[in-house]
Design a protein around this ligand. Structure first.
Ligand SMILES: [Zn+2]
Length: 152
C-alpha cells in the first residue's frame, strides 16, 4: 500500500484530468482504463482540527473561494481549498464508481480514492459524499437511476 502510494502523485496526470462536468462545475475524468480496486489518487490538502472548520469556511467565503474539505474522523479534516490536488473536484454520485478510504501511510492518516469497478476513459469519477441528513437540502444532480435526489 505504501509503495503504491508513493507512485500516485507521479502517475495522476496520465490517469485523470479536470474538465467541465454535467453533474456540477468542474469534475475529475478518467483518461485511461482504471481497474476495479485500483488506488487512484490521494485527496490531498492540509490537515486541520475539526473545531477550526467553521472559521476557515467563513474566511474562504469572505474571499469568494469555493471551500473544499473532507472529514477524516471526529477530530480532523483535510482542507483542500488552497493546498489540495485535483481530487477535490471529484463530484458526488448516488451510484458512484469510486470510494474513499482512510489509509495510514507511515502512520499518517491519508484519504485515498479507489476504483469501485473498472472505469473507462471519458467517464467522470464520482464517490458517495455520505453527507449527514440535514434540514436544508442540497439537491443532487448525479442523474443516476439510484439517485436519492439530495446530497444530505
Ligand atoms: Zn444523486
Amino acid at each position: 500500500m505504501a509503495m503504491r502510494y508513493r507512485h500516485l502523485a507521479a502517475t495522476a496526470k496520465e490517469t485523470v484530468g479536470v474538465y467541465r462536468s454535467d453533474i456540477h462545475g468542474r469534475g475529475l475524468f478518467c483518461k485511461r482504463i482504471i481497474e476495479a480496486g485500483e488506488m487512484i489518487m490521494e485527496y490531498a490538502g492540509t490537515k486541520i482540527r475539526s473545531i477550526l472548520t467553521d472559521k476557515q469556511e467563513k474566511y474562504y467565503e469572505g474571499k469568494g473561494l469555493g471551500c473544499y474539505m473532507f472529514r477524516i474522523d471526529r477530530d480532523e479534516v483535510i482542507d483542500a481549498t488552497l493546498s489540495g490536488n485535483a481530487a477535490r473536484f471529484i463530484n458526488h454520485s448516488c451510484d458512484p464508481n469510486c470510494y474513499c478510504k482512510i489509509v495510514p501511510i507511515d502512520n499518517i492518516k491519508k484519504i485515498i480514492i479507489f476504483a469501485l469497478r473498472r472505469i473507462y476513459p471519458g467517464e467522470e469519477l464520482t464517490y458517495d459524499y455520505n453527507f449527514a441528513k440535514e434540514d436544508i437540502k442540497l439537491p443532487c444532480n448525479c442523474s443516476s437511476k439510484k439517485c436519492r435526489k439530495f446530497l444530505n
